[in-house]
Design a protein around this ligand. Structure first.
Ligand code: 1CP
Length: 348
């Protein structure tokens, strides 16, 4: 498929389009009644991720409503620890719970031998979605970045402080390095399989990139990202890689220029005009409407959307949110935002 036929890939290749392509992080999920229905039929969230027909269906649901320029594989960043046989559960209303790995000795519990067998249904989902999409729509594969996945693996779930994972990194460098090395290897293989199955681009979600001091950011966010990019580029030079170093503040400049990623996703806190000057001159950017504006709508949402479009649509740009769609969002508000983005050429 030529980039010209897929606006999302054209923007990632550096083209400036009249109407920026768009998709939304967490565009599939609990804010959609049709998702809740399939989710219930699947029984558990893990079951949903590992049932190719159902996962394909929920991947396509938001596109039927809003016709985004890209679909994102329906799965979760924690399927990588699951493939390494770490015990994982998603508790209703509480988020993910894992049996934590807190020291070198605990790492022995992680087994990589059956990784691809365990995750084979995910590759099958990619194949199903890929063959169902129209030629103008792209399919995004994804993984969590090694640092963010390690956060959940060591902490055992979500956290405000991430004290346990930092303690591991600060006290046992060799041990923590070996966990990161394992995650770099598995992430490369995992994304390679998604690309082989039909993903047109991949995104690395680094949701907790912003909690580290600069020196550790370089070691555990930037260096592993660069290793993944180098390995994928060697085999798939034409597959674009988007990095999302959430809340990394000023470090996003170094991250954008030095990891080799093709495009950078901006979190909600990044000033779009600053990004136009400092980042978009180096790489295409994606972002960054505050997803909470989808709860309130009105002038605040319209003005903020146009501010982003005005600042960034003069360069290679993909409209997105600064973080995921929240569960409380009304589907009608997502329709309004989609229409606003589509009608930008009439207002610019
Ligand atoms: O029961 C349910 O329906 C569970 C809710 C849910 C959903 C819909 C979870 C549990 N994961 C997902 C899907 C998901 N997760 C996608 C699919 C596609 C899409 O975007 O439409 C993606 C890309 C993710 C990625 C993900 N999972 C991230 C990175 C992005 C981000 O949001 O920062 C993270 C941190 C996770 C972990 C996770 N999985 C689920 C939850 C509730 C969480 C967050 C836990 C926390 O608050 O720390």
């Amino acid at each position: 498929m030529l980039d010209a036929e897929k606006p999302f890939l054209a923007a990632l290749a550096g083209q400036i389009l009249d109407r920026p392509p768009f998709w939304f992080m967490r565009q599939a999920g609990r804010y959609l009644p049709e998702y809740r229905k399939v989710r219930q039929q699947a029984g558990s969230f893990i079951n949903l991720c590992l049932s190719p027909e159902r996962a394909c269906e929920v991947t396509l649901q938001p596109l039927r409503r809003y016709n985004m320029d890209a679909a994102i594989l329906f799965s979760d960043i924690l399927m990588v620890p699951y493939g390494l046989t770490q015990k994982l559960d998603y508790l209703e209303g509480e988020g993910p719970k894992l049996e934590p790995v807190r020291c070198t000795n605990d790492l022995k519990r992680l087994k990589r031998d059956n990784f691809h067998e365990i995750l084979a249904p995910i590759y099958q989902t990619v194949r199903l979605v890929s063959s169902a999409l129209p030629p103008s729509t792209s399919l995004i594969g994804f993984a969590g970045s090694p640092w963010t996945v390690a956060c959940y693996m060591v902490q055992g779930g979500g956290s405000k402080e991430w004290d346990k994972v930092k303690a591991f990194a600060y006290q046992d460098r060799a041990g923590f390095d070996s966990l990161i090395d394992l995650l770099v290897d598995m992430t490369i293989e995992y994304l390679e399989r998604q690309i082989d199955a039909g993903a047109n681009a991949v995104q690395l979600f680094d949701s907790w990139a912003g909690v580290l001091p600069a020196s550790y950011f370089r070691r555990y966010v930037m260096a592993p990202t660069a290793r993944i990019v180098t390995a994928l580029k060697a085999r798939y030079p034409h597959i674009p890689i988007i990095g999302f170093p959430r809340n990394s503040g000023a470090m996003i400049e170094e991250y954008t220029q030095e990891t080799g990623i093709d495009a950078v996703a901006l979190d909600t806190t990044i000033c779009p005009r600053w990004a136009a000057h400092k980042l978009q001159c180096h790489r295409p950017v994606q972002g960054n409407l505050d997803p909470i504006l989808l709860l309130t709508g009105g002038d605040a949402m319209r003005i903020e959307t146009d501010t982003i479009l005005r600042a960034l649509s003069g360069g290679p740009f993909i409209f997105n949110l600064g973080h995921g769609v929240t569960q409380e969002t009304s589907p009608e508000m997502v329709a309004e935002l989609s229409n606003l983005i589509r009608s930008w050429p009439d207002r610019r």
